[in-house]
Design a protein around this ligand. Structure first.
Ligand code: URA
Ligand code: CA
Length: 477
């Protein structure tokens, strides 16, 4: 054994003084940070943003922390949000804002579940029942899908409302129950836990009434903070573009997609974004039970290749398999997914998930999904005249379904799971005189007339077939 000679006393003394100096330096820095926070004033930060300056991380943390704690009043937060709408944020600011929001409440830890956990999120569309197709398919191919969903407000219900149209299903589970289901069957979709990103709950409610929803940094941080707090390793985003979406042009949608992918990268999660068309409803069904039935039709092979809902589901699922390391490329992924439809493995996963969520008879519901949309009356809807469908206002088609009771105008409204509408035509199709363009599923006729009027107003007819538009504009990695 070698024994180190003792260091000369002079050197030991120097090391001691260096240590003391470092401690004093750190103390001063900590004190300055505390003082800065104490001296930060929201009004100065509003003015800075108004003038187009960038915030430091400390400033962003201060805004989110103090607003969530109730120490910054709504009027100041509104002014700041409006300044962000006008002046924007740098990439660094958006990532720091997202991180501050994400840490404003609980952050779910899924690290004790095996494999790569993957989530999927859509920026919101009409007739978008993709989750109910994709989650089971990806799980059937060996993936692990752990998804927390929010409730829908506006045109139609969200995924949770769709799930709840199946008798017995309850989407309120605690984290341990959620993880247990994922561990057992490879997938689960539940309602977002109560204390996930409280900053976003407060900010979104404020943005909704102050004209500050439509801002890329604010939308991106709102969505990504919730996805990141939900704890998955990989995220596939479906950014909608068109008349039924927040982003009306492919350019805007690409910008939002790029911003979200960069946030994912900056915060260490694999993220891919697809930009897909929302100039017409994605599926033919708009309504909760109706959309579950349509998802079952895709999973059982009744709806086939070439259909818009089918194709968008496949693209999203392919990317989820690739991010999960279960396929080298999209061709291998597509082959696995097609097989999961052919063998019925995907449908089986949906049944298992519905059962795990409390469905009284998931098997019977899947065998006869018409029971999910049994209504008093089915009403065909006709247009005035004939011609090609040259345009559809997707959001208004959603609004028509909402008037029948398929969606909420207010948070407290109660959804009727069976009602809604089924489109018979798509953009570019020819509608003959006397041919119904849709069928409405009705229980309460009090707003039927209004709903028919809204639907008619949402469809444009023309003499010429419109030029083909892509279903998918871009994939951003
Ligand atoms: N969806 C969200 O969760 N947040 C937004 O800001 C917009 C859409
Ligand atoms: Ca379009």
């Amino acid at each position: 054994m070698r024994i180190e000679p003792p260091r000369p006393a002079r050197l030991q003394g120097a090391a001691f003084y260096v240590k003391i100096l470092i401690i004093i330096f750190l103390r001063i820095m900590a004190l300055r940070a505390v003082q800065e926070a104490a001296y930060m004033r929201m009004v100065d930060l509003i003015i800075d943003k108004r003038e187009g300056k960038t915030h430091t991380r400390e400033e962003i943390n201060y805004i989110i922390r103090e607003y969530t704690a109730g120490n910054i009043p709504d009027y100041q937060m509104s002014a700041w949000l409006m300044a962000v709408c006008w002046q924007g944020m740098t990439e660094r600011e958006v990532s720091e804002l997202t991180s501050a929001m994400m840490h404003s409440g609980d952050v779910v830890d899924l690290s004790d579940l095996p494999g790569i956990k993957v989530d999927k999120h859509s920026t919101g569309g009409v007739g978008d029942t993709t989750t109910l197709v994709i989650a089971p398919l990806v799980a059937a191919c060996g993936g692990t899908v752990a998804k927390m969903s929010g409730r829908g407000l506006g045109h139609t219900g969200g995924t949770l409302d769709k799930l709840e149209s199946v008798p017995g299903v309850c989407i309120e589970k605690n984290i341990d129950e959620f993880k247990d289901i994922v561990r057992r069957i490879g997938l689960c979709v539940i309602g977002q836990s109560g204390n996930l990103v409280p900053a976003d709950k407060l900010m979104y409610a404020l943005r909704d009434v102050t004209g500050t929803v439509e801002s890329i940094p604010l939308i991106a941080s709102s969505i990504m903070s919730k996805k990141l707090a939900a704890g998955t390793d990989a995220i596939v985003l479906d950014v909608k573009c068109g008349t039924g979406a927040f982003m009306h042009t492919p350019e805007q949608a690409k910008k939002l997609a790029r911003t979200m992918v960069k946030i994912g990268d900056a915060l260490g999660r694999k993220t891919v974004a697809l930009i897909t068309d929302m100039d017409q409803p994605l599926g033919m069904a708009v309504g909760n039970g109706l959309e579950v039935r349509e998802a079952i039709e895709v999973l059982s092979g009744k709806i086939k290749e070439g259909d818009m809902l089918y194709e968008v589901c496949m693209l999203l699922a392919e990317n989820m398999l690739m991010l999960s390391g279960l396929a080298e490329d999209d061709r291998e992924a597509r082959a696995k997914l097609t097989k999961a439809i052919e063998t019925g493995a995907g449908l089986k996963k949906l049944e298992q998930m519905l059962t795990a969520l409390g469905a009284r008879d998931a098997k019977a519901c899947i065998a006869d999904p018409d029971t999910l949309c049994t209504v008093k009356k089915k009403v065909p809807v006709y247009l005035n005249g004939e011609g090609y469908i040259t345009g559809m206002h997707a959001a208004d088609i959603g609004n028509a379904a909402q008037k029948l009771g398929a969606g909420r105008a207010e948070k407290t409204d109660i959804i009727d799971p069976a009602v809604g509408l089924v489109m018979h035509k798509r953009r570019g199709d020819f509608v003959k005189a006397g041919e119904p363009v849709a069928t409405m599923y009705v229980n309460d006729e009090s707003r039927l007339e209004e709903a028919v009027k809204t639907l008619r107003g949402a469809i444009e007819l023309g003499a010429e077939k419109p030029k083909h538009e892509p279903m998918v504009y871009d994939v951003i990695k």
